[in-house]
Design a protein around this ligand. Structure first.
Ligand SMILES: O=C(CO)COP(=O)(O)O
Length: 253
């Protein structure tokens, strides 16, 4: 069975003081890491201190982006070796906000995914369609193409380790969630895409999260679906109480 993975994506929220306080409070909660994997993807500024705060706990720390080059004259960017050196374990790659506001493309996403593996970072690879694409019934084609582009050139072992997050853009931060059945259908299409190219073992091991207005009220139904193995959560990951409820739902799958 695939272990559920619940990841908070804090985006550009929280100060360092608030972030450390959150991790200290969360550490005090009883969460069974054999049943659910817990990740917090925080602003790059806080990663070092959060890795330290989360040491020897059930919490893993992730970044929200990285540059594909290992070093160079890229003002304001953060590299894989820099993240790895801080003790970061995960990195979100290709979030729709980065595709939309920072010109990330399928090609740059693929380069970043490969750079993540070169630095022993596990990528959380984000894909998802716009409302217009959904209304034109293009969702599965768009999402499958994004997945194929992102994972091009990966080994089977790398893909098994990867996490894919299906986040319909129209559901992010809007309060609109895809129905659990719709989300499951797209996650199934992603798994079938992987099956066609990489075979049964990889496809059945790959963990696929849903993201987009996930909250304590809807997570149980989402996680009850066959192809949804966790959630990538924005708003509801910012408060300890609601995040813990999401983790509890993960433990109880
Ligand atoms: O973008 C998201 C997580 O990466 C989803 O954000 P919300 O949970 O706030 O809709």
């Amino acid at each position: 069975m695939r272990k559920p993975v619940i990841a908070g994506n804090w985006k550009m929220y929280k100060t360092l003081t608030e972030a450390k306080d959150f991790v200290e409070q969360l550490k005090g909660k009883q969460v069974d890491s054999s049943k659910v994997e817990t990740i917090i993807c925080a602003p790059a500024l806080f990663l070092e201190q959060l890795v330290h705060a989360a040491k020897d706990s059930f919490i893993s720390i992730g970044a929200q982006n990285m540059h594909e080059e290992k070093e160079g004259a890229f003002t304001g960017e953060v590299s894989g070796p820099q993240l790895k050196d801080l003790g970061v374990s995960y990195v979100v790659i290709g979030h729709s906000e980065r595709r939309q506001y920072f010109n990330e493309t399928d090609d740059s996403v693929n380069k970043k995914v490969k750079a993540a593996f070169e630095n022993n970072l596990t990528p959380i690879i984000c894909v998802g369609e716009t409302l217009e694409q959904r209304e034109q019934n293009e969702t599965e084609t768009i999402v499958s193409n994004q997945v194929m582009a992102a994972i091009e050139g990966l080994t089977e072992e790398q893909l098994i380790q990867s996490i894919i997050a299906y986040e319909p853009i129209w559901a992010i931060g809007t309060g609109k969630t895809a129905t659990a059945d719709d989300a499951n259908d797209v996650c199934q299409a992603i798994r079938e895409t992987v099956l066609d190219s990489f075979g049964e073992e990889v496809a059945s091991s790959l963990r696929i999260q849903y993201g987009g207005s996930v909250k304590p009220e809807n997570i149980e139904e989402l996680l009850s679906k066959e192809h949804i193995d966790g959630a990538l959560v924005g708003g509801a990951s910012l408060q300890v109480d609601s995040f813990v409820k999401l983790l509890e739902a993960g433990e109880n799958v």
